[in-house]
Design a protein. Structure first.
Length: 79
């Protein structure tokens, strides 16, 4: 499903640590570490892609702790 509000930016917190090499596995989302959690963040084209990320987390044996839709990025101000 696409339409109003897509693409959308998300932050997904995962129990456990994944390094940056998994970024491609998660559709190019940025991976960062926060203690013993991994934070995946970035834009997803539609709800199906979000479900794909959540399924990939489960396929790796990890647990999604939280999913948060982020506000749209503000366009950069001209320099």
């Amino acid at each position: 499903m696409s339409g109003a509000g897509w693409p959308a930016r998300y932050e997904v917190r995962v129990d456990g640590v994944l390094d940056g090499r998994w970024s491609e596995w998660f559709g190019g989302l940025r991976l960062s570490r926060d203690g013993e959690q991994t934070v995946l963040s970035g834009a997803l084209p539609d709800q199906s892609a979000l479900h794909g990320v959540l399924n990939a987390i489960g396929d790796l044996g990890h647990t999604a702790i939280s999913v948060c839709r982020l506000p749209p990025e503000e366009p950069a101000a001209p320099a």
